[in-house]
Ligand binder design. Structure first.
Ligand code: BGC
Length: 974
């Protein structure tokens, strides 16, 4: 394998030792594990139920711990039945043997796929010796409904003549409705699939059983443009030759319930903060029965369905909470034979009257119709479902005042509780939630603002006890308060159910500083809590919106902590859909109510998410499909963005003036920030244009970037090499946007470091500056300072939060301080905005993975991996022992990468794993290869299996390796 050149003009090789990669002999190969393809996925999902693209993309991961394991060719076959597939009859697609290493982003290229098709597929691969693996176990995907003509069901709802809610002082919290339909099946069923959606949220039932375990279906979209549908396989639930029933519980959700800060500020219809899309939830379902005799039948929502509002779920609101009266449970309501005579007839959703209202928002007011508007498009849900991923038993229970029981679940999280309780019928338990306690041990709820976050359960009085958990709400909390109980409840009465979009964890980071290991976990928890259907700012108060500034700051960490490919595939559609007519991406997405004045519904850095997000997904997963899908939208954005610059090509302050949001007393001019983000956009657009074969566009972005850079130098750089704006953030942003010529970088970093040192080694940066502060210090010779800031415990720092009890990342550096408690210096911050679960400042974890642990991608998609750990100098921090070991792993799209290093007594030990089918470039902290061993063998002597080349450069040794695990020991100069 050839050694690649990395900036060789800068790095003068001191010595170079070429070592031929050793090959395994045939005999030893037989002893090692063989290469196999596993983790087969379609469009990033395992066995998806409704794919609505005709060219879905496949991926797999190769398992083999053998050094040098690599794929040289692959073959996919896909068939319409498992039997056909097993017989090798690939009637959908046989790719034949394709030479290449590709294992993901492989688009289907078989015969045209049709709606509803069941597709079975498998893959085999050829290894580096040309030997074929066995065929992988078969897996499947199912096609969704590709055309609107595939829908024969129509939207149904209940008769709703109510007036539009207009009393801001009174919550309107309607009950969830139950719908049901009984029908007969007279034949043998081969397959039963139900496609369902709601304007609101639905839970589906079939013959008395809940279908699936996902929450908040069908998902949040701009219902006026598009509604998601889900598809459920109910073959095992329907009864052949007999009576059957379907049921659904439908609640307000994002469609009709309270959303965001609308109630607080008086946005939405009649300033009510609710019914942002419409006032009457509706439901649609289509059960498609395929019989063994080849015939089909369909059961659809229509006015023959029955509906009632007299079920147990009396209130169901995402922000306000759920109220459940177990005495009103409806028994076997979703089973056949249930007597629904007392239920109403459902009505066609479009038969309800038009409901005109005045809609208030930042841009002004407009008249809207809150009656039914048919979503013009039905889209198969393409994200991971929201579900319970973990249960948290209560750690303790206290009684701060008589009859008030406070449970501590030990962890701030998003979700609900499961209540397990005994009592008499009619006893009503109020369940409140909070992130923090006041000094007297009672709940601190001021920071929830208008989110009531209260659930209520009324017992039916079952002597065997009762178990309940809400379905249509969630809260951000650690503490739970129960009141209204006749007798003190046991600790087992409350269990936390952790809810989030099911994004499989991919990253772990631990280090010798336990406070920062805890912080790493806090960032993961905060990510869970805020990746609930969309990337939200916070899970607790009346906000929970997809704030774009937060996403752009954090996405670099998000992609390392979890597999968020499907999650962002879904959210990018939401973002696209909310793009402003003039080109900007807005403050948050989805965007049900405008924040900011007309044509100011965006902010610098916030709006740039529309470029930063696809770029990051592409970099991480090699997903050029996302770039292609959003290219027109991104182009429109860039046209608008460039048109807003000064004649010299510099940024301006046009939108909402958030700037370096939540900085500590050191704001950075908005036009400067805008310029830096524009430069980032231009660079990313140039790279993305090249990646998808648009060289002319790439060139024009480069021309714009060069123009901007020249103007930046003229306006913002001093002859001595400094930046005229001396804030920490200004210098960080200029460096990270590559606006500082190489020869001046040292001066800028010197000034940045000076600012930090003069501030007693403390940051002043907000959301924007913090993200790149440590990366820029490390990249430009001040790595020890970066590590010192990372490990700081003084205010403001990540460590300060942890030593003050944080289990998630706080919104503000001063969300809590020992001097001012929750209230900040102004005394009022808590009731305004003070979340204890906001991910933006957690963006530092990208640096922890990429720089401190040293796991990075060389190019796009982690096909070539860099491991370059950066231990700080042992004596570089008078305030703490600098980090002296790190253990990190990241499961990239090609498999698991690990980097675990220890530095002690002039020895540096590094354990690395490079996944099969990738290669690694490992940097070790000595310029003397003879001071390094791998597996006990000296690197200088060569002939180590898997090591292809070794070269020494400045103060490092660079080792090129094939896939496999390696154990390096480096003797450092004393
Ligand atoms: C959110 C932020 C967001 C900001 C815009 C806040 O209320 O919680 O995280 O980016 O508004 O300034």
């Amino acid at each position: 394998m050839a050694t690649r050149s990395i900036g060789q003009s800068l790095l003068k090789p001191l010595c170079f030792i070429a070592i031929a990669a050793l090959s395994l002999t045939a005999e030893s190969r037989a002893m090692t594990d063989k290469i196999e393809a596993s983790a087969l996925r379609v469009e990033y999902l395992e066995q998806p139920d409704n794919i609505d693209t005709r060219t879905p993309r496949f991926s797999w991961v190769l398992t083999s711990t053998r050094r040098g394991a690599a794929q040289t060719a692959w073959q996919i076959r896909a068939a319409t039945s498992p039997e056909r597939l097993a017989a090798g009859d690939a009637d959908l697609w046989d790719s034949d043997k394709v030479i290449g290493q590709q294992t993901n982003q492989i688009a289907y290229a078989g015969r045209t796929l049709a709606s509803r098709e069941d597709c079975f597929w498998q893959v085999r691969v050829w290894d580096e010796f040309g030997e074929a693996s066995t065929w992988s176990p078969p897996t499947r995907w199912r096609m969704g409904l590709l055309s609107s003509a595939d829908w024969s069901a129509d939207w149904i709802t209940f008769r709703d003549d109510s007036s539009v809610h207009s009393d801001r002082n009174k919550l309107l919290l309607p009950p969830a409705r139950h719908y049901r339909k009984q029908f007969a099946i007279s034949k043998e069923v081969r397959r039963a699939i139900i496609h369902a959606s709601a304007l609101g949220l639905y839970d589906l039932y079939c013959n008395g059983q809940r279908v699936g375990d996902a929450y908040f279906q069908p998902g949040w979209s701009d219902y006026h443009q598009r509604a998601y549908y889900r598809s459920h396989d109910v073959t095992a639930l329907v009864r052949a030759h007999g009576e059957n029933a379907l049921g659904a519980v439908v609640a307000d959700g994002w469609y009709a319930g309270y959303v965001g800060f609308g109630l607080l500020v008086g946005y939405g219809p009649e300033k009510s903060g609710r019914s942002l899309y419409g006032k009457t939830p509706a439901f649609i379902a289509q059960l498609e029965l395929d019989y063994t005799d080849g015939t089909h039948e369909t059961v659809v929502t229509d006015p023959t369905w029955r509906v009632t509002d007299r079920g147990p779920t009396r209130e169901a609101d995402l922000l306000m909470g759920e109220t459940y009266d177990a005495r009103a449970e409806l028994g076997n309501w979703s089973e056949p034979g249930y007597n629904d005579n007392a239920w109403d007839h459902a009505v066609a959703a479009d038969s309800n009257p038009i409901a005109k209202a005045m809609f208030y928002e930042g841009t002004g007011q407009r008249e809207v119709n809150l009656g039914f508007v048919r979503p013009p498009k039905m889209k198969a849900y393409n994200g991971p479902p929201v579900c319970v991923t973990q249960e948290l038993p209560a750690q303790s229970v206290s009684e701060p005042t008589p009859g008030v029981f406070v449970y501590d679940l030990g962890q701030n999280f998003a979700g609900v509780i499961r209540l397990k309780i005994k009592g008499s019928a009619g006893e009503q338990i109020r369940i409140r939630h909070a992130e923090m306690l006041k000094p007297d041990g009672t709940l601190m709820t001021e920071n929830l603002r208008k989110a009531r976050a209260t659930d209520t359960y009324t017992l039916r009085g079952d002597p065997a006890g009762e178990t309940w958990s809400p379905r249509f709400t969630y809260h951000g909390f650690r503490y739970v308060e129960l009141t209204g109980l006749a007798t003190p409840p046991p600790i087992e009465a409350v269990t936390g159910l952790v809810l989030h979009s099911d994004t499989p964890p991919t990253g772990n980071f631990e280090c010798s500083d336990p406070v920062m290991s805890r912080f790493a976990r806090n960032a993961q928890w905060t990510q869970h809590s805020n990746f609930v259907e969309i990337p939200t700012d916070c899970p607790q108060r009346d906000e929970r919106l997809g704030w774009t500034g937060d996403v752009q700051a954090y996405i670099g960490t998000a992609v390392l902590n979890a597999d968020v490919a499907a999650f962002f595939t879904k959210w990018m559609d939401d973002l696209n859909e909310s793009q402003r007519s003039f080109g900007a991406y807005p403050d948050y997405a989805p965007y049900p109510m405008a924040h900011g004045a007309a044509r100011k519904t965006f902010g610098s850095a916030w709006t740039d998410v529309g470029i930063i997000c696809p770029w990051t997904i592409w970099q991480t997963y090699g997903d050029t499909g996302m770039l292609q899908r959003h290219w027109d939208s991104m182009t429109r954005f860039m046209e608008w963005r460039w048109a807003g610059t000064t004649p010299e090509g510099l940024g301006t302050q046009l939108g909402n003036p958030w700037g370096d949001w939540l900085n500590i007393g050191e704001p950075t001019p908005l036009d400067f920030i805008d310029t830096c983000y524009l430069a980032l956009d231009l660079r990313m657009m140039e790279e993305m244009a090249r990646a998808i074969g648009r060289p002319l566009e790439a060139q024009s972005y480069l021309v714009c970037l060069n123009k901007l850079k020249a103007a930046f130098r003229k306006k913002y750089l001093t002859p001595e090499g400094g930046v005229t704006i001396s804030t920490q953030t200004a210098q960080v942003l200029a460096l990270s946007a590559d606006l500082i010529p190489a020869e001046q970088a040292e001066a800028v970093v010197g000034a940045l470091a000076g600012n930090i040192e003069q501030n007693n080694f403390r940051m002043k940066t907000g959301f924007l500056g913090t993200k790149s502060l440590l990366p820029m210090l490390s990249a430009h010779g001040r790595h020890d300072l970066a590590v010192r800031l990372f490990q700081s415990r003084q205010f403001p720092s990540w460590g300060y939060e942890v030593v003050n009890g944080a289990t998630t990342v706080w919104e503000r550096w001063d969300s809590y301080t020992t001097e001012h408690g929750f209230n900040g210096v102004n005394g009022k911050q808590n009731a305004r905005m003070n979340s204890f679960s906001h991910y933006a400042f957690g963006a530092v974890m990208e640096w922890a993975y990429r720089t401190l642990a040293g796991i990075d991608s060389d190019g796009v998609g982690f096909r070539r991996i860099i491991i370059r750990p950066r231990p700080p100098a042992p004596d570089s921090n008078p305030a703490a022992t600098p980090v002296n070991w790190v253990k990190a792993d990241y499961t990239c799209i090609n498999g698991k990468i690990t980097s675990a290093w220890t530095r002690e007594n002039n020895r540096f030990v590094l354990d690395v794993t490079i996944p099969a089918n990738t290669t690694g470039t490992i940097y070790l902290p000595t310029a003397t290869p003879a001071a390094i061993t791998e597996g006990g063998l000296s690197l200088a002597e060569g002939k180590i299996l898997g090591i292809a080349a070794v070269s020494a450069e400045r103060n490092e040794t660079r080792v090129e390796v094939t896939a496999g695990s390696y154990h390096f020991v480096v003797s450092l100069d004393p």
